[in-house]
Design a protein around this ligand. Structure first.
Ligand code: F6P
Length: 360
């Protein structure tokens, strides 16, 4: 008998169900006696014994279904060692449930924070397999995270739709794209939808260059400008502040987020009308795109093989188009950021896209 636990933790994304289906199909196709336990709402389910024995019907028909059949929640890594309000030791509680169910492995689907806790549980002696989930694509050690391509579709669609209305009204439109501290999603969706200016956390902007790029377009007779701004975008000045100083500055600001900051700047400095669109959590919603379905099926299958072969303590990543087991200890706590000197950025700049950091 092989007993496997499954949980999905952190912000959801489109292909979580597809990935779990991949794992369970890979296991059930190769093991006769299998029990799969699903823990509900991320680590909370593992801490507070909220789980259910799942059957193959739970995994039928979910390849194309967004969200997660197990539910998810954010349980910050930094609070894992802090007892809960009733004094419960969360790490010990998770271990105790793992051993109580006699699990052979726990498959954890999640992003960076989730991965840190997965690594902690590995250090505590549990058999762990991690699958890299996030629309942000910021997990170190894998070329791609699942959810990323699906989110590009949504963000790109939002910017595409803005393009037609921007052209009709001769305005500056600013679309704020998710991505937390990194700019992958903004970079890909911005390029794919023909944004004129792309602002990323990895390339701090100078106000002057944003304004210059807009004015240059106006002078060329293009009365509108579309700006894709990452939620984490910062100015050059802000990039010099400490984390604490930046938080203090943000707390004093009246605009709610990056796109509104840029809109205010544009209106003050150019006199043009600016409009903001924030697709927000729609970027994580809906069905996974075909690429993510295929990716998750591959990652799930590779995870099942790793479990059967007893290769625990790994993330199943994808590198150069091939699935690969990557030791958690080598990647946990590291962030994969956009390289400002990468070819992709250089190619975009070469054809006139402004990143707000130099003249175009
Ligand atoms: O990590 C995924 C993500 O959607 C980020 O892009 C975003 O910053 C964050 O989660 C939003 O978190 P929440 O769903 O908790 O508001």
């Amino acid at each position: 008998m092989v007993r496997v636990g499954l949980l999905t933790s952190g912000g959801d994304c489109q292909a979580l169900n597809a990935a779990m289906r991949g794992v369970v199909k890979g296991l059930s196709n190769n093991i006769k006696d299998l029990e799969v336990y699903g823990f509900f709402n991320g680590y909370k389910g593992l801490i507070y014994s909220d789980y259910r024995l799942l059957t193959s019907t739970d995994f039928s028909g979910i390849l194309t279904k967004g969200g997660t059949i197990l539910g998810s929640s954010r349980c910050p890594f930094k609070e894992m060692r802090t007892p809960d309000e009733n004094g419960l030791d969360k790490v010990e509680a998770m271990k105790s449930n793992y051993y109580k169910l006699n699990l052979d492995c726990l498959v954890i689907l999640g992003g960076n924070g989730t991965q840190k806790t997965a690594n902690l549980l590995r250090e505590e002696g549990l058999n762990i397999i991690h699958l890299p989930k996030t629309i942000d694509n910021d997990i170190f050690g894998t070329d791609m995270t699942f959810g990323f391509y699906s989110a590009i579709d949504v963000a790109c669609d939002a910017i595409d739709r803005i393009h037609t209305t921007a052209a009709s009204h001769n305005r500056v439109f600013i679309v704020e794209v998710m991505g937390h501290k990194v700019g992958w999603l903004t970079l890909y969706s911005g390029i794919a939808s023909g944004a004129d200016i792309i602002l990323l956390p990895e390339i701090p902007y100078e106000e002057k260059y944003i304004i210059d790029a807009i004015e240059k377009r106006n002078q060329a007779g293009k009365g509108f400008t579309v700006i894709a701004v990452a939620e984490g975008a910062i100015s050059k000045k802000e990039s010099k502040l400490s984390k604490k100083e930046l938080a203090k500055k943000r707390a004093k600001e009246t605009h709610p987020s990056a796109a509104y900051r840029i809109a205010k700047l544009v209106e003050e400095k150019t006199g043009s009308e600016a409009r903001v669109t924030v697709p927000g959590h729609t970027q994580r919603g809906g069905s996974p795109c075909p690429y993510d379905r295929a990716l998750c099926t591959r990652l799930g299958s590779a995870a099942a093989k790793a479990i059967i072969e007893g290769k625990f303590g790994n993330m199943v990543g994808i590198i150069d188009g091939e699935t690969k087991l990557v030791p958690l200890e080598k990647v946990a706590g590291k962030l994969k950021v956009v390289d400002p000197d990468s070819k992709m950025i250089k190619e975009a700049k070469y054809m006139g896209i402004s990143f707000g950091d130099e003249d175009v």
